[in-house]
Design a protein around this ligand. Structure first.
Ligand code: SAH
Length: 220
């Protein structure tokens, strides 16, 4: 991928990204690592060209198969919540989608494992991250309700689609003191949650009300 493509021009330029990050700050995102990284990450490459001019608006946008690339604010909020108690070494992401969140995680932590149930989306993300020379991500086509037991336990887990209740198998695959950041609930009544597994049980905190696509059963 050429420097020009990565840098973008006009509506996909560095300046447009900087304005997006200023809006994230205005909405309360504080982590300088997250803000600096989002100012660099070319989000327009993760959506189809026809929508590229809207890539730095704070919107979820369609990526095909009835799915969306998450809204920048949500990506920032979840990433911030994941890093709150230090940089995790190995992170499980459920819901690869476009791979945008995956690429951000890969720049922040040593190793990312990413699970997606829709094979063509997974393949597109795998190829794009390959072209971006991001090498510390392992992809898996599977129903993320079950996590990815082969590489468990993880230091942190991030889920980009909402189940009605938090899957027990995800809570079981995070290390002690590790966070699981996940939207939980149905329809318009979802809460972004941060569960932490402790020696004596699961601690939970509600981050805010959110609206994500549902975490679906089985593979697509
Ligand atoms: N972070 C991604 C979010 C995509 S939307 C991005 O910004 O592009 C959520 C994704 O979760 C969709 O791609 C959807 O197919 C996927 N998904 C839904 N249910 C799933 C499940 N049970 N297992 C794995 N992925 C799932």
């Amino acid at each position: 991928m050429s420097e020009t493509t990565l840098r973008g021009s006009g509506m996909t330029s560095q300046r447009t990204r900087k304005r997006m990050v200023e809006r994230l700050e205005a909405r309360g995102i504080q982590d300088p690592r997250v803000l600096a990284l989002m100012a660099r990450m070319p989000r327009h490459l993760f959506i189809e060209e026809a929508l590229a001019s809207r890539a730095y608006e704070d919107l979820a946008l369609p990526i095909g198969f009835g799915q969306t690339i998450s809204q920048p604010y949500m990506v920032a909020r979840m990433t911030e919540a994941l890093l709150q108690n230090g940089i995790p070494e190995r992170v499980l992401e459920v819901g690869t989608g476009s791979g945008y969140q995956t690429a951000l995680l890969a720049a922040l932590v040593p190793q990312v494992y990413s699970v997606e149930r829709i094979a063509p989306l997974l393949e597109q993300a795998r190829q794009l991250l390959g072209r971006m020379r991001i090498r510390n991500v392992d992809f898996h086509h599977s129903d993320g309700h079950w996590g990815w037991p082969a590489h468990a336990p993880y230091d942190a887990i991030l889920v980009a689609a909402a189940p009605n209740e938090v899957p027990e198998s995800l809570l079981a695959q995070v290390k002690i003191d590790g966070p699981v950041v996940i939207p939980v609930g149905s329809g318009l009544q979802q809460r972004l949650m941060r569960y932490t597994r402790t020696a004596v049980g699961i601690q939970e905190s509600v981050l805010e009300m959110v609206h994500f696509v549902p975490l679906k059963e089985g593979v697509g």
